[in-house]
Each structure stands twice: as structure tokens, then as C-alpha cells.
Design a protein. Structure first.
Length: 115
């Protein structure tokens, strides 16, 4: 499975971006998908995740109420809608797809929030 993350960019504080994670596999609906981020000099951290069928969603406390994760299995894509962005949200964002022992990472997309 190949994952392609996109949608990053430069935005002012308070702005919005929507990230996309597109998968090559037609079995994408069988994968739970998460977004993670890594800022310079920091460890990679969990941001949000979505279960099969989109029934369950999980968020890091730092993004609750500002970010929304969703999925469109017909398009093999998971989205991360980010609003009220803050400079601390600046990082490379990665998506991860997981099904049982199978774990796949995308290449990352840069999000930069200016103050």
C-alpha cells in the first residue's frame, strides 16, 4: 500500500488547511488511518485517527475542537481538516494506515503556520 499525503502549505495563524492521504489500495476501507506530525527537533506525535467506516475518531488534546478527521473510502482517501491553526501546529504531517500487522506510512507534507 502506498500513501500520498498532500495539502500542506504556508498559512497565517487562525487559518485553515485540509490535508489528504490518498492510498493506492482498493482495500483501504479495511485500514484504520491516523495522522501524526513531527516538528523540528521533536518526536513524532499523534494528531488524529479514524477507525473503519469512520465510526470512531480520536484526537490529541492539543487539536480537539480545531481538527476533524474523515474518510471517503470510495476515493481511498482520508482527510484532516485543520482550522484555527496556531504556530505550534507547524510540522511535517504524516499519515499512517494500519490493518493487523500491516502498517504503512506516507511521505509527509509540510504545514507552516506563521504568527
Amino acid at each position: 500500500v502506498q500513501l500520498q499525503a498532500s495539502g500542506g502549505g504556508l498559512v497565517q495563524a487562525g487559518g485553515s488547511l485540509r490535508l489528504s492521504c490518498a492510498a493506492s489500495a482498493r482495500t483501504f476501507s479495511s485500514f484504520a488511518v491516523g495522522w501524526f506530525r513531527q516538528a523540528p527537533g521533536k518526536e513524532r506525535e499523534f494528531v488524529a485517527a479514524i477507525g473503519l467506516n469512520g465510526d470512531s475518531t480520536y484526537y490529541a488534546d492539543s487539536v480537539k475542537g480545531r481538527f476533524t478527521i474523515s474518510r471517503d473510502d470510495a476515493k481511498n482517501t482520508v482527510y484532516l481538516q485543520m482550522s484555527s491553526l496556531e504556530p505550534d501546529d507547524t510540522a511535517v504531517y504524516f499519515c499512517k494506515a494500519e490493518a493487523g500487522w500491516h502498517v504503512y506510512w506516507g511521505q509527509g507534507t509540510q504545514v507552516t503556520v506563521s504568527s
